[in-house]
Structures are given as C-alpha cells and as structure tokens.
Ligand binder design. Structure first.
Ligand SMILES: Nc1ncnc2c1ncn2[C@@H]1O[C@H](COP(=O)(O)OP(=O)(O)OP(=O)(O)O)[C@@H](O)[C@H]1O
Ligand SMILES: [Mg+2]
Length: 766
C-alpha cells in the first residue's frame, strides 16, 4: 500500500466520535480519502476492540439482498443459519465488542441503513464505521465530512518552504517521486505546484492522478493543460469547480491522456467487480481494439498511471478504485456492455467448471482460494444468468460447480441463487434436476420449502427425461439420506445409502463429469452412511466405513470430507472410552478444518474436544472450550444434523457442569466466550505459539521507524531529542509517539519504556 499522508486532526476527531457514538459515517465525494481514513482509524483503535475489527468491503456488492450475507461471511459466520441471515448476524453480534467497518456504502444506502439500525439496537457493544458518498440517515449516526487535504493558496505563498508545509503538497511530492525520483519543489516551480494542488482541490485521488504526469511534464505544463479544463468549470465561481467536478475533470483528463488501448482496458476492466486476473483479461478484454500481445504493457501503464493497482503475490490481481470504475463503466455503450457481460459470464462459468474438476482432482484448496478471490465476479455472472432470458440453465450449472463453496461457507447465499435460478426457468432439464438436488443439500429452508419437496421434483425430472443412469439419481438419494438424518430417521438414511452403494458397484458413468465425480460421490456417500450407522447405534459398521474412507479422502485431497470423517471417528472412539485416540482425531480434524477455513468442521472439532475434556475429567477446560465454541455454535446450530451428535454433546456438557457446579462452569464458559474462533482453535489445540504469533503481529503494527522511536523513548529521550537523533521534525516525532501509544493501547511514555525493556511482549489489557 502507498504511504499515508497527514490527517492527524481528522483521525483524532473520528476516534473521539467513535468513542461517543455507535455509528460514525465518513462522507465526502469520490476520491477524497474516506476509505484510507477509515482503514487508518480502524488500525489505531484496533486494540480498544481487542483486535476485533472487521472490514467489509461493499464496493463490489451490487445486490442489496446479499448485504447481510456479505457481512456475515466477513465475520467468519458460516452462512448456515436457518431463516434470516440478518437475524443470525444480530444474534452473533449481540454480546460482541467489535468494530465493523463498512466501506463504500453509497450504492446500498437503504439496505445498509436498515441493517446498521438493527445492529446498533440489538448489539450494544458493536461500533460501526461506515464510508459513503452520502450519509446513511440512521438515528444516532454521527456524520463526519471528510475534508480534502490542505493545500496552499497560490496567491499568498512566497517560498518553496511554505508550499511544503501542506499535506496536499506532501502527497503530490510523494506520488511524483514514485515516477520520478528527483522531483522536488524549489524556487522555480513552487508557484506552479501550489496552483496545481489548489486546482486539484486537495482531493487525494485527483492529486495522485495528476502526480503521475510529473514523470514527463513539469508542474507548470500540467497547470496549463488542466487549467483549460478547470476554467470551463469555474466560470462565474470564485473558488474553482465543485469538488465532484474537480475529480470528474481530473479523471477525464487522465482518460484523455490514455492511449486508445488503455482506454479500452480501463472501460472493460471496470466490468469486473473486485478486480481481475490475467486469464480473465485474456478471455474477456482482449479483442480487435486490444490485441493479446499488448495486454501486459497496457496493464502496466495503467498501473503506472494509478488507474489500476495490483494486489496479491502469486496471482497478480488488478483492481480499480470505485470512482475510476464508475467512470470506466460509463465509457461502454449498452450494446458493448451487453456483449462484454456475456463474455464475462462465459469466462467465469468456464472457470467454475475447471475449478470443479480441480476440486475432484485433489486441488480443492487452490480452487477454493480462487473462488474466494472471485466472489464479486461470480456474483455478477450469476446475476447475469438469473436476469437474462434463456441463461438460467447456465446459471444452474455454475451454481452446481460452486456447491462445495456454498456448503462450506455460504449456504444461505447459495440457496438464494438456486431459488432464483430455479424460478427463472421451470422447464425440466438435467441442470434443473441437479440444481434441485443441490438445493436440498443446503441446510437452508424458507417457509413452504422442504428438502423432500425439492427431491420429489428432482425425481420427477429424472423420470421425465430418463436420466436414471446419471449422477443425478445418486445425488438425489444422497440428499434424501441427509434429510432423513436431519429429521431424526437415521435407519431410513442408512437403508437408502446402502442401496446407493450397491448400485455404485455396477454404475457405468456416461459422461466425463460423471466419471470424475464418481470417487468423490462414493466417498461422500460412505461418510454420510457412517454417520447414519453411528446414529443407529452400529459403531462397528460406522468405523469400518470410516477406516476405509479416510485414506481415500487423504489420497484425493478431499480435505473437508476427511475432516468430517476424522470427527465422526473421534466421536465413536470417545463413545468407546478411548479418549486419547479420540483427542488425536479431533485435533487433526480441527487443524484440517482451520487450514481450509471450513467453519462447519471447525465447530465439529471444537465440540468434540469439549466433550473429550469433560470425559477426561477436566471439567473447567471443557467449560472454557464450550464457551469458546459458543460463537461457532450459534453460527452452525443448524448444522448438527443428527440427534446422536446432540446427545453426545449434551451428556458430556452435563458431566462437566455437575463436576464443578454451576458457578465455576459459568465463569469458565464466559472466559471462553471472550475468545475469537481463531483463539478458540489455538486454545483447543493447546498451541502456545498462537500467543507468540499474536505478539509478532503486534510488533509488526509498529513501523521500523516507530520501533526506533520506541527504543529512544526507552532510553528516556524527549521528543526533541528523538527528532534530533532521527533527523525528523519534532511534530513527526510527536506523531510517531502518538501512534505507538494508540497501537499499544498505552497512555504514558513510561509504559512504552517498560514494554521495550521487557522485550516487547504483549502489553497488559487496557
Ligand atoms: N491521507 C492519504 N494519504 C495518502 N494517500 C491517500 C490519502 N487519502 C487518500 N489517499 C489515496 O487517494 C485515493 C483515493 O482515496 P480513497 O479510496 O480513500 O477515496 P474514497 O473517498 O474512499 O473514494 P470513493 O468514494 O471512490 O470510494 C487512494 O489511492 C488513496 O490511497
Ligand atoms: Mg472508498
């Protein structure tokens, strides 16, 4: 990320507002610096919230109905809740002390206002910091209008030194030096630099766009060229154009200075909410107006011009700021835009199909990581399918390809897409049969829906289209079995699955996809059957199945299946009195689940470890872990799919409760409930290094310079002495000291000195 300039007073004001008000909205025109400021505040007050700061990026979200899902996903809240996800979110936040940063709300103001209103009512310790071009209009909202950076008055300044005092100038210089390292303000150009900053109104984005031009133009030349545009806007005005016009004009100017190929790239890349990677550029953006051979150069030059920025190490991702995306989209005419949206969808549909195969091929983790990076684009593609006539089937295929993702992380969102797609095209088709099956598999039902309802219809479709030899029939049976388990009829589930497994032996897959899916489907049927046997009190059958299935899952890289299997086996060993073995299995399950961020399995692993601790007589630890699972528990309540599991947990919970009594149990439980899911996992796995990692992170929050300043404080130096030692200004030294204090949650220099002297350990809680 680029360096941060100025804003000391604004930061202090916003921190104060956040202390006094539960909702603070930073407003201001595009590019004025709302997002940067919000992130900075979040960093500074992080400790006050015990590190529980959640950033929810809303720029890439278009559908207000998905707002609560997006927030929930960011909170690691598995999207499994029955009914309304917003209710689950509120319940989850009810006792939480967190800061929620909702960035770029302007296009979703109504939905955000409603949700935030509910959150602030239901969750008295949640604070929300929002950024938006307009205020949310919620009762109790503290608005903060983000001013531009201060800039010199060109008519009043008389020296370079004076011009340098303004933060707007500092930003210009900083960005100019990135493209031209010898840029400086001197007696010759100070007046032009002052005029330029003034023309740009101190709007950081405008300054950044203009600064890159200093590579080849002098400040005077830029003032001349930009001035022409601005003079038109200022006719009859005393102080330059209105701010949104300033940015608009600067963006237009940047655009005019782009080559046609760059302009094309800018417009087309704007179609990708949440950014794009090189494969997408090649598939969607390349065309007659932008040959493939030019792509890399064009991307590089747009990065140089601050139109795109890059993210990520291994897979470079190009992202565009919201204001620039808005502008880019406006450059496409309707026809062009429709063609491109289709190509965009085609690309992501293909990508999903590839990832789906990769998933079966042991690269599930890589596939999942890409899906997570592409959420914004996948939503845009699904939206196209759901709204464009004749595209619903393609959407159903995509949704099917995303089933592993929906089940692990976003069941309610997946259910919503499937419901929309199924409604968009009711004609019987193979895709519909599959979509109905997938829909039944997701544990989210709205009034009037039932898993068996979906499956009955899927069976009709199979019947009508004679798809009996296809995968669909197996999946229908698998979903039926899961539904039976869920409804408390494990024997029926076992019967169905046993039949399916026999049938598998003779099944001849007819398509490439069916063939690829066969081992996975077989595995997952075995895993579900093991659960059914566990629930019907046939542990031996269950164990035999699991011992057969686990190596297969490991070999094929089906990590989440493996985690479920380990958990189930752990439960069985616990019930057999083999707690040490059970604990091994549970820990392995938990480690795997954490690796792939499968929240359902995390909750399973944690609950199992609670029960084991209780069985081993460590009731306090059990109670603490139970508290620690509360968060995961709430989110996943609906995922306890068999009564057998609940019985095992309830029995052990009662055991721990009776062993130490209500009061001690509650005290330990509350202690555990204060942990985040990540901390809970570390505690459950008895990972001391978790603490060390947190400390390392803490130290990283101080920059190298700030660590030097901390050293000097520990030597008893004053701000002036620090400034001299590091050849910085006293003001800069002061601001370093302020930052250190707020990062560490301290109020005195003596605390910093003690902290350094004791080896920069974790500071005591404030
Ligand atoms: N104080 C600052 N120091 C350095 N760079 C800044 C500062 N404030 C903003 N910027 C830069 O200016 C650009 C625009 O800032 P930002 O994205 O925060 O604006 P915004 O108000 O959130 O715009 P939008 O309404 O489009 O979301 C970014 O590239 C950002 O890094
Ligand atoms: Mg922003």
């Amino acid at each position: 990320m680029t360096s941060f300039v100025g804003r000391g007073a604004e930061l202090a004001d916003i921190r104060r507002l956040l202390g006094a008000s539960r909702l603070v909205t930073l407003t201001g025109p595009g590019g004025v610096g709302k997002t940067r400021l919000a992130l900075r505040v979040a960093e500074q007050v992080g400790r006050t919230f015990g590190g529980r700061v959640w950033l929810v990026e809303l720029a890439e979200l278009r559908d207000p109905a998905l707002l609560a899902h997006t927030v929930a996903a960011q909170l690691d809240l598995a999207d499994h809740a029955q009914g309304d996800i917003a209710d689950a979110l509120l319940e989850h936040l009810a006792d939480a002390h967190v800061l929620l940063v909702l960035d770029n709300c302007e296009h979703l103001v109504d939905a955000v206002a409603k949700l935030v209103d509910r959150i602030t009512r239901a969750a008295p310790r949640v604070h929300v910091l929002a950024t938006s071009r307009e205020s949310l209009g919620v009762v109790g909202e503290a608005g903060f209008v983000v001013p531009p950076l201060p800039v010199p008055d060109p008519e009043a300044v008389t020296s370079a030194a004076e011009v340098l005092r303004y933060d707007g100038t500092s930003l210009l210089i900083d960005r100019a030096r990135a493209v031209r390292s010898d840029f400086h303000v001197d007696d010759h150009n100070y007046a032009a630099v002052a005029a330029l900053c003034r023309w740009l109104d101190g709007i950081p984005l405008a300054i950044e766009l203009a600064a890159v031009r200093l590579r080849s133009l002098s400040a005077e030349e830029i003032v001349d060229r930009l001035g022409d545009r601005f003079r038109l806007l200022t006719l009859g005005r005393r102080f330059g154009p209105a701010r949104h016009q300033t940015l608009q004009a600067t963006v237009e100017w940047s655009h005019a200075l782009c080559t046609p190929a760059e302009q094309t790239m800018w417009a087309k890349a704007a179609l990708f909410p949440g950014g794009l990677e090189l494969d997408a550029v090649e598939a969607v953006v390349v065309g007659d107006d932008l040959p493939g051979s030019a792509v890399i150069d064009v991307l590089d030059s747009l990065v140089d011009k601050s139109i795109l920025s890059t993210e990520g190490g291994e897979h470079t991702r190009y992202v565009m700021l919201e204001s620039l995306r808005d502008f880019g989209l406006r450059q496409l005419d309707a026809e062009e835009s429709a063609t491109l949206r289709r190509r965009h969808r085609d690309f992501y549909a293909d990508l999903v199909a590839t990832l789906r195969l990769a998933y079966l091929d042991g690269s599930g983790d890589v596939a999942m990581a890409r899906i997570l990076r592409e959420r914004g684009n996948l939503r845009a593609a699904l939206e196209f399918c759901a709204t464009e006539p004749g595209e619903a089937r393609a959407g159903m295929r995509m949704a099917a390809g995303l089933l592993a993702y929906w089940s692990a992380k976003a069941a309610a969102e997946g259910a919503r897409w499937l419901d929309r797609l199924l409604a968009a095209d009711p004609t019987p088709s193979r895709e519909r049969a599959q979509a109905l099956c997938d829909r039944a598999w997701l544990p989210v039902l709205r009034p009037g829906q039932s898993a068996s309802g979906f499956l009955d219809e899927a069976e009709q479709v199979v019947e009508e289209l004679k798809l009996h030899s296809g995968l669909e029939s197996i999946l229908i049976q698998r979903s039926r079995a899961a539904a039976c388990l869920y409804e408390g009829r494990p024997a029926a589930a076992a019967e169905i699955l046993a039949r399916v497994l026999t049938w598998f032996e003779t099944w001849e897959p007819s398509s490439e996809w069916d063939r690829a899916y066969r081992p996975y489907a077989l595995l997952s049927c075995r895993i579900v059957l093991a659960l059914a046997h566990s629930a019907t009190g046939e542990p031996r059958q269950a164990e035999a199945l699991l011992r057969e299935a686990l190596p297969v899952a490991a070999e094929h890289g089906h990590t989440s299946q493996r985690a479920v299997g380990l958990w189930n086996l752990g439960m069985l060993r616990l019930e057999a009195g083999e707690t040490a073995e059970a604990a091994e299995l549970a820990r392995e399950c938990l480690r795997l689940a954490r690796d792939i961020d499968d929240q359902t399995c995390v909750a399973d692993g944690l609950r199992l470890l609670c029960s084991i601790a209780a069985a081993e007589g460590d009731a306090t630890h059990a109670a603490l872990l139970w508290g620690a699972t509360a968060e995961a528990d709430q989110a996943n309540a609906a995922m306890i799919i068999s009564g057998w599991e609940s019985d095992v947990y309830a029995r052990h919970r009662a055991l721990a409760h009776d062993a130490i009594g209500e009061e001690s149990f509650d005290a330990a439980y509350r202690l555990g409930a204060g942990l985040t899911t990540a901390e809970a996992i570390a505690v459950a796995l008895d990972e001391r290094p978790a603490r060390a990692q947190r400390l390392a992170k803490l130290e990283r929050t101080l920059t190298r310079r700030q660590n030097q300043v901390a050293d000097l404080i520990a030597e008893g130096k004053s701000n002036r002495e620090i400034a001299d030692a590091l050849t910085i200004s006293v003001r800069t030294a002061e601001s370093h000291v302020d930052h250190i204090l707020s990062a560490l949650g301290f109020s005195t220099r003596a605390q910093i000195a003690t902290w350094v002297a004791s080896g920069r350990g974790e500071p005591p809680p404030p």
